[in-house]
Ligand binder design. Sequence first.
Ligand code: ATP
Ligand code: MG
Length: 207
Amino acid sequence: MKTVSFVSKKGGVAKTTSAIHYAYWLTLNKHIVTLIDDDNNRTASNWAERAEGNDKFEVPFKIASFRSMSKAVAGADYVVIDSQASRTDDDLKDFAEDCDLVVIPTKPDINSARAATETADAIKKHGGHYRILITDVPSYNTTGSELSEDLVEDGYLLFERTIRRSEGVNHASLAGTTLKQMAGAYRRAWRDYEQVFNEIAYIIGKP
Ligand SMILES: Nc1ncnc2c1ncn2[C@@H]1O[C@H](COP(=O)(O)OP(=O)(O)OP(=O)(O)O)[C@@H](O)[C@H]1O
Ligand SMILES: [Mg+2]
C-alpha cells in the first residue's frame, strides 16, 4: 500500500483540490483508493456529497474520516490524505514517517511559499520525502516561474510541472466533479495535474 498526503501549514493552497484529483487519477489507472478527509471542515466529503446530487459523475473511491482510517483503508492500494492546515510539528512528524510522499501545495504568493518551506523543513527534519507543488499559477505573469527558481536555488524539491490558474477548478468543485469532466479551456489544468501525478508515480514507485 502507498500513502500520499497533501499537507501545508497554510490554508487555501489547493490541498483538497489536489488530493481529490490525485485520488481520481489513481482510479483511472485502475487502483483502489481511499481518500482520508483529515479536515474538520469536511471539504472533500462535502465535494463528494455534491457529486451525489448530479448524474454526470460518480465518485470512484471511498472517502473516510481520519478517525475511521484504520478500517477504511482495508483493500486499498493507495491511501490519499487531505490534511487540514496549521498542523503541529508532531503531526508533521507522523506524516513524514507514515507517508511515501508528502505533497506540499503552495500558491505563488510569499505567505503560502513561506508556509511551504516551513512544512518542507519539518518533513525533511523527520526523515520524510516531500515535493512542493506550485498551484494556481496565473498565465499572465511570471510569479510561478520566479517562485520555482527561488525555491530550487534554496535547495527545495519541487515538481517540474506547476498547476495553472483555472476557473475550471471552481466549476468542478461546485458541481462535485473534477477538471477532467470540464470542457474546453476549463479542462486544461487537468493536463498539468496528470503530469504531476506521473511525477509522483515515478518518485514513489508501485504499491
Ligand atoms: N488551479 C487553480 N485555479 C484556480 N483556483 C484554484 C486552483 N486551485 C485551487 N483553487 C481554489 O483555491 C481555493 C482553495 O483550494 P482548496 O480548498 O483545494 O485549498 P485547501 O488547501 O484544501 O484549503 P483549506 O486549508 O481550507 O483546506 C478554492 O477556492 C479552490 O477552488
Ligand atoms: Mg482543504
